[in-house]
Design a binder for this molecule. Structure first.
Ligand code: ADP
Ligand code: MG
Length: 494
């Protein structure tokens, strides 16, 4: 049977509606072991090499809560301004799927770890908005089913339990977002805050951050929310945006046609950019939630919470302000420099060593970012360390290198990983600032070009550029431009 054709609304019709979006973000917490058992959950190892009786759901195996997972959950909660509940409760969420051997997921339900948070987002055009965070709760991840890649995949699916039991924080937002851009900005902010808090690396390629997107539409002016669809399987921010855009067009077309939106769970297809129905939306009672009898309530006392609070690293908003105050960089530069923890650390190390933070800010955003993008490398993989960049910029500041030479040396450092001093030495790239040496060259050029000298002395001083060019040519670009200009003006005056 052919699927019924999906009708998508046009932008003009969509403009008559308001979009409502709420996001559920799952973040894998950074711990050595799983949330309720001692196996590692490191990514990328051979299937089923990281299991144990708890993960396998063997009869009689009992979960033991990992203190480090709670600590990381609290860090993430504090980063997004949530209140920590001194008592929270684990619950069983019952459902049947091969990647969940126990037949239930241990999660938190009506008494989560943290609630009532918020995150400030900023759009491209500079508008700021506060998005409410309903709750953050702890839960275990499921394993992975593999449906292809094996010779007999047409007959069998395979189960890998390495990820089963990995510690997750689920962060649920209020339905506060009104566009796919706001959703994108919210995801960016959550990722940044959680990353800086140290709770997770949020490496999306390793599945450490995943999100479910809830979307509904209502005619502009209508008070009550429309019925929502929840889109699962969204594994990049770009896809989240695409899934939202698709849902808006699909839902508006249905409502315009007098139809009703069904509350359902949909899947996003990365290749087509479409969403398709997966199942009708389950309600909480379908999961038969009940308190986990094998775990006592989780109590977070003042002392513990105080210790975690005191050990919280500096978070992006504070860091951004400090970069502006302490290093004198612009608002814009500060925002770019704190985009990731690595970039901000790199900048700060180089800024301190070089003594010229603004120059460092320019080079990090210009040369370094350009070279890294071309090489498809992250800041952490940069062949030029922060120390190396600071050294180069000092040579620029003290006149050893002109800015053109500094850029050449930068390129060579990036390609070879060698320090600036070594490249300058072996290639003889030093800037010529020595007046005696430059004078000799300039005298020669003046003697060889009497016509141009005449022109200059006749008042057409624009021809100075010609002489500068000649000196640069004679010195293979290594003459100090400032010294050359000064000497030329002096000598040409006669
Ligand atoms: P569930 O656990 O069944 O997915 P929740 O009540 O936890 O349901 O809500 C999930 C997400 O859906 C939240 O982020 C919430 O903000 C969002 N949401 C709720 N109602 C709507 C709506 N009408 N339109 C868009 N998003 C919504
Ligand atoms: Mg949900």
């Amino acid at each position: 049977m052919l699927a019924p054709e999906v009708i998508l609304a046009d932008p003009e019709t969509i403009a008559k509606y308001e979009v409502v979006i709420g996001l559920e973000v799952h973040v894998q917490l950074k711990t050595a072991t799983k949330i309720f058992s001692p196996s590692s959950h490191e990514f990328g190892n051979d299937p089923n090499t990281q299991t144990d009786p708890v993960v396998l759901g063997l009869p009689g195996a009992l979960p033991v809560l990992n203190r480090a997972a709670v600590e990381q959950g609290i860090r993430a909660s504090l980063a997004i301004n949530c209140k920590i509940n001194r008592k929270s409760v684990f619950a069983r969420k019952n459902y049947f799927y091969p990647d969940l051997p126990k037949g239930y997921q241990i999660s938190q339900f009506d008494e989560p770890l943290a609630e009532h948070g918020w995150v400030d987002i900023e759009l491209e055009d500079g508008t700021a908005k506060r998005i409410g965070v309903t709750r953050l709760h702890l839960e275990e991840d499921a394993g992975k089913n593999t449906h292809d890649g094996y010779r007999d995949s047409d007959q069998y699916s395979y189960v890998d339990l390495n990820r089963a039991g990995a510690p997750l924080a689920e962060i649920v937002s209020e339905p506060d977002m009104r566009s796919s851009d706001e959703a994108f900005a919210y995801l960016t902010a959550i990722k940044q805050l959680v990353q800086f808090s140290g709770a997770s690396d949020c490496d999306m390629e390793k599945g450490q951050l995943r999100c479910d997107v809830n979307v509904s539409v209502r005619p502009k002016g209508q008070q009550e929310f429309g019925t929502r669809a929840e889109v699962k399987n969204v594994n990049s921010f770009r896809f989240a945006k695409a899934a939202i855009e698709y849902e808006i067009a699909r839902q508006v077309a249905i409502v315009e046609d007098g139809g009703k939106i069904v509350q359902e769970t949909r899947l996003f297809n990365n290749t087509t950019g479409e969403t398709t129905s997966m199942r009708s939306k389950e309600e909480a009672h379908d999961y038969r939630y009940f308190p986990e009898p094998d775990l006592p309530p989780l109590i977070v006392d003042d002392k513990w919470l105080g210790e975690i609070r005191d050990s919280m690293p500096e978070l992006p908003p504070a860091k951004r302000q400090r970069f502006i105050d302490e290093y004198g960089v612009s608002e814009y530069d500060a925002r770019v420099l704190i985009a990731s923890k690595e970039t901000s650390d790199y900048f700060e190390t180089a800024a301190k060593l070089s003594g010229d933070p603004k120059m460092v800010a320019n080079w990090v955003q210009g040369e370094l970012t350009g070279a890294l993008n071309t090489a498809e490398k992250s800041v952490a993989e940069s062949p030029i360390s922060a120390e190396g960049l600071a050294e180069l910029l000092k040579l620029l500041a003290d006149g050893t290198l002109s800015s053109k030479l500094a850029k050449d040396v930068f390129g060579k450092m990036f390609a070879s990983g060698k320090p600036a001093a070594e490249i300058i030495e072996s290639e003889g790239l030093k800037q010529i600032s020595d007046t005696g040496e430059l004078e000799k060259i300039i005298d020669g050029i003046i003697a060889a070009n009497p016509g141009q000298v005449e022109t200059y002395r006749g008042g057409k001083t624009g021809i100075l550029a010609f002489f500068v060019g000649q000196v640069m040519k004679a010195t293979r670009g290594q003459a100090n431009p400032k010294a050359v200009n000064e000497l030329l003006v002096k000598k040409l005056a006669g």
